[in-house]
Design a protein around this ligand. Structure first.
Ligand code: GRG
Length: 293
């Protein structure tokens, strides 16, 4: 199966849907322009792809899958805008073009990030079809957990605190689980929650998404070190310069690949039923190690 092609074709469908929402909802104010600049056609849309794969498994409608993915990609763009700010990871480039605070200004970038965050909750709270209010609330509550102090924001805080510190592997993995893993966890689990799957299956979907996210971050760190600006769309080699603590910096390239392979192997072994039924899930996990950016 050509996973790269599947991801790209999903990105084209998703971008069409998401761009329409943004263009309909946003005017031509400075803030709206900054929001569109940072999110329209943005990035690989891997999180949207995870939503689509989970939605296929549980037979969630295309419209609900697209709304969930739009909400997640809004949060993701928000996190990237804030991540690039001088007070955070301080990068002048993102997705191959000047980062939002460089293209506009810092205040506008902060507000564009905030507004994309709010847009995510606006989308998720008023647009899902055929969903009970209680379940919708449960979903929104779960997204707040994945983005807040126990998720993205908490992970980002650890990432900043850990710069130049001596740390063990577990601390780094905990930081990855929050900073990157939780939004992937939400991406894969949200369709299972909306469709009212069993607690056991919902737990599987959360674990799958979280594992995918941790591996995604481990590889992202490697690409920062070995890939070019053209490949990653932002300044390469910054982690080392900024004293970022990554799994790569602690155990080296060969060991991070072994670490990922071992994690995948054990997870598949413990969840044979799901993997036997949906072979693409295995391929996706291994694709994550082999992808180039
Ligand atoms: C509370 C939402 C929120 C954010 C504030 C700034 C911040 C706290 C969190 C940042 C977390 C962060 C930047 C994690 C990195 C995750 C990551 C691997 C980003 C790159 O994702 P890709 O490769 O990017 O999917 P594209 O551009 O393809 O979408």
């Amino acid at each position: 199966m050509d996973i790269k092609r599947l991801i790209h074709s999903n990105k084209l469908k998703f971008d069409k849907f998401y761009n329409k929402i943004l263009l309909e909802k946003l005017d031509n104010s400075k803030l709206a322009k900054a929001m569109k600049y940072s999110s329209i056609d943005g990035g690989k849309r891997i999180r949207a792809f995870l939503v689509s794969q989970a939605s296929k498994i549980v037979d969630l409608s295309n419209i609900n899958a697209m709304i969930i993915a739009s909400s997640i990609e809004s949060i993701h763009s928000y996190s990237l805008i804030h991540d690039d700010l001088p007070s955070m990871d301080d990068d002048d480039y993102r997705r191959g073009k000047p980062s939002t605070h460089k293209k506009f200004d810092e205040a506008t970038a902060i507000l564009a990030g905030d507004s994309l965050h709010d847009l995510a909750f606006q989308l998720l709270s008023g647009n899902l079809k055929n969903i009970e209010a209680k379940k919708n609330l449960q979903l929104i509550n779960y997204l707040t957990i994945c983005t807040g102090y126990d998720g993205l924001a908490g992970g980002q805080s650890l990432d900043l605190q850990y710069e130049n510190k001596k740390l063990n592997k577990n601390k780094i993995i905990e930081m990855y689980e929050k900073k990157t893993g939780r939004l992937f966890e939400f991406s894969f689990a949200a369709p299972f929650i909306v469709k009212g799957e069993t607690n056991q299956r919902i737990q599987f979907s959360k674990n799958y998404g979280a594992l995918f996210g941790i591996i995604f971050q481990i590889m992202d760190d490697l690409f920062d070190e070995i890939n070019s600006f053209e490949e990653i769309g932002k300044t390469p080699g910054k982690d080392k310069k900024q004293g970022k603590r990554t799994l790569l910096s602690i155990i080296g390239e060969k060991n991070i690949i072994n670490f990922c392979n071992e994690k995948i192997f054990n997870f598949i072994k413990n969840n044979k039923n799901e993997f036997n039924k949906y072979p693409i899930l295995k391929e996706l996990l291994y694709f994550n190690i082999k992808r180039l950016n």
